[in-house]
Design a protein around this ligand. Sequence first.
Ligand SMILES: Cc1cc2nc3c(=O)[nH]c(=O)nc-3n(C[C@H](O)[C@H](O)[C@H](O)COP(=O)(O)OP(=O)(O)OC[C@H]3O[C@@H](n4cnc5c(N)ncnc54)[C@H](O)[C@@H]3O)c2cc1C
Length: 253
Amino acid sequence: MIDIDQNGRFKVEAFIHAGRYTAACKNFCSHLAGSVQFLADFVPLRGVYHRTEIYIRPNRRWAACATNDGLTMVVLGWPIAEAEAYRADPEGNFFKTLELVPEFAERVRAATRAERFTGAGLPGYLRKPYGPGWVLVGDAGYNKDPITAQGIMDAFRDADSVAGALHDVWSGRRTFDAAMSAHHAARDAQVLPIYEFTSQLAMLEPPPPEMQQLLGQIHGNQAAMDAFVSINAATMSPAEFFDPGFLGPLLAA
Ligand SMILES: Cc1cc2nc3c(=O)[nH]c(=O)nc-3n(C[C@H](O)[C@H](O)[C@H](O)COP(=O)(O)OP(=O)(O)OC[C@H]3O[C@@H](n4cnc5c(N)ncnc54)[C@H](O)[C@@H]3O)c2cc1C
């Protein structure tokens, strides 16, 4: 059940996701986003919202969780290939999606929309993050679909790394090019595995056969499931997780 806050407020956001490998857009990982907010005039009050719900259906996914000002947010995803169809009727398609779980849709319908839908398309990229007199940090230098929700951490990590590099430059330890190219290489080494993983996930399509087989092996193995979830929590890199030296013993246990 979605618990609405003590003021009965409820927020909904909708996203359209797309992977980096769509036929139409081979070099980009992009998504569209939309949002609506609901004030739950008619939903029973259930105290402060305290948990997250996630629903995955073919080519669709959505989640509900607490957000600002005591509101509950519902995040909805569609594939980019269906973006035009979605845009033709955002509210209708929003509820059509939620109807895949009628009980959930019913709870949202019982609320009152407080804001308009909004949307945006965001291409994925890894840019060279420096040049004569300039550096890029955060989304300006590197962006991936927010489906794995790691952009804020990425931006802090980037800022920290660039600050260290510039400190080296200004204290005379390294040249600008040496310090920034080291930052560039370290950034790419760190983010490429999750960039690839995210791009695949953002397509909202069934995983490739080998991944499906692996997920089948992971299912029921608590240590392996915990490790897999750690990828999304950014406490483990996909490169580390998918290393046979790590996963092999875990699955054999
Ligand atoms: C729909 C969506 C959902 C997301 N969900 C999550 C999530 O759950 N978790 C997560 O970690 N990340 C999430 N992200 C990603 C995260 O928001 C970004 O990765 C992060 O905000 C990047 O921080 P940043 O400082 O690099 O850029 P931004 O947060 O975009 O900040 C850049 C700022 O610069 C300003 N600016 C731009 N141009 C100029 C200019 N010429 N002059 C002055 N100011 C300018 C902009 O207005 C903006 O305020 C999401 C992104 C989107 C789009």
